[in-house]
Design a protein around this ligand. Structure first.
Ligand code: NAD
Ligand code: DAU
Length: 340
């Protein structure tokens, strides 16, 4: 097996930490440099079992720090770029940091990747850049869907996607890009719908559902996202984009919350309808046939099984999420006001 060095950005966050675990188990010969600023969303505890492993080098630092980024890019073969501000509700309250990290931070990485001649820059993006589909329609996002971001978060992610492609076209930087749907699973910060619902229910609190609850998302178990990235890094073609999703049928937020309630033996009285998110995208649906056809990838875990595993993990890892919920109190207070 050829040895390589990967620079993983945002590897102390939700998907990044899952990816680091996935990759190190599958490719123990490789070295991972894990660059993470440890914002509120980054957590060394999510990497605690890797302490002392010589082929995992954790660097606490910001992707916007040109000098640092240039220095650590020196011997890197492949960049896997997860680092971002990722929560839509926080982007509505405070957009500035989203532009700084997601757009400017990505540009710093691209410059350094070019300068140091990395073999591949893989950019992790989201289906949210495509905007919102009509409820009840059969339309899906695919690799040709025009961009139409509608929140500060998705606009900043769209900006980063455009920059990656521009560096490919203009300077010949070898890149791949994936746009993925909503992930869920272990190490998910308890501000996003699934971990918030599960941890609230463990604590006997209600589950806040925005608006009428009929918004639709495509849900993907995080380990399946990791295997999809693996397929793209291994056999994906330079300059290509692949969409990644987990479902083939629509499921509303309300239906998925009811699934969680049922798996946790709770009643529907635990649902609390609250004011809608500003500019709330109505429906996402992902056509993931390209990655399936060209790279042979498909999700391995269905929603019910993934939820069972996720619920069990939150029940068994309360020491991981309790401090995070405590720390996010001010955000919860600002976000969950009674009125918009
Ligand atoms: P997350 O918020 O859980 O983690 C982000 C990580 O990036 C944290 O560890 C944080 O400390 C780090 N970070 C933030 N700003 C940084 C900076 N300036 N410099 C260095 N590190 C910084 O995010 P996530 O949910 O794991 O998402 C990871 C990536 O995947 C993001 O790019 C996101 O847009 C994308 N994505 C997420 C989902 C999802 O459902 N969570 C779906 C599709 C795409
Ligand atoms: O689609 C991919 C995106 O999925 C990623 O790019 C983002 O980084 C990730 O955060 C996620 O964005 P969403 O906004 O879709 O995820 P969130 O968990 O915040 O919300 C999921 C749905 O649930 C959405 O329709 C809003 C709704 N919701 C969310 C919260 C936090 C509620 O009804 N109540 C809540 O308390």
């Amino acid at each position: 097996m050829t040895k390589q060095t990967l620079l993983v950005t945002g590897g102390a966050g939700f998907i990044g930490s899952n990816f680091v675990h996935y990759w190190m188990k599958k490719n123990p010969q490789d070295t991972i440099i894990n660059l993470d600023a440890l914002t509120y969303a980054g957590n060394r505890e999510s990497l605690a079992d890797l302490e002392g492993q010589q082929n995992h080098v954790f660097v606490e630092g910001n992707i916007i720090d040109r000098e640092l980024v240039n220095k650590i890019m020196a011997d890197v073969d492949t960049v896997v770029h997860f680092a971002a501000e990722s929560h839509v509700d926080r982007s509505i309250l405070n957009p500035d940091i989203f532009l700084e990290t997601n757009v400017m931070g990505t540009q710093v990485l691209l410059d350094a990747a070019l300068k140091n001649k990395v073999k591949r820059f893989h950019h992790i993006s989201t289906d949210e850049v495509f905007g919102s589909l009509e409820l009840g329609s059969s339309e899906k996002f695919n690799e040709h869907t025009p961009y139409d971001p509608r929140s500060p978060y998705s606009a900043a992610k769209a900006g980063s996607d455009h920059l990656v492609r521009a560096y490919g076209e203009t300077y010949g930087l070898p890149f791949t890009l994936t746009n993925c749907s909503n992930n869920y699973g272990e190490y998910h910060f308890p501000e996003k719908l699934f971990p918030l619902a599960i941890t609230n229910l463990i604590d006997g609190l209600k589950v806040p559902v925005y608006g009428d609850g009929l918004n639709v998302r495509d849900w993907l178990y995080v380990q399946d996202h990791c295997s999809a990235i693996d397929r793209v890094l291994t056999d994906g073609k330079d300059g290509e984009t692949y969409l990644i999703g987990g479902l083939t049928k629509d499921i509303s937020n309300l239906e998925v919350v009811k699934m969680i309630l049922s798996l946790m033996n709770k009643s529907e009285a635990e649902i609390e309808f609250i004011a809608d998110r500003k500019g709330h995208d109505r429906r996402y649906s992902v056509d993931w046939t390209k990655i399936n056809r060209e790279l042979g990838w498909e999700p391995s875990v269905d929603l019910e099984e993934g939820l069972r595993r996720t619920i069990a993990w939150y029940e068994n890892n309360q020491a991981w999420w309790r401090p995070l919920k405590e720390q996010a109190k001010d955000f919860f207070k600002a976000n969950y006001k009674k009125e918009n």
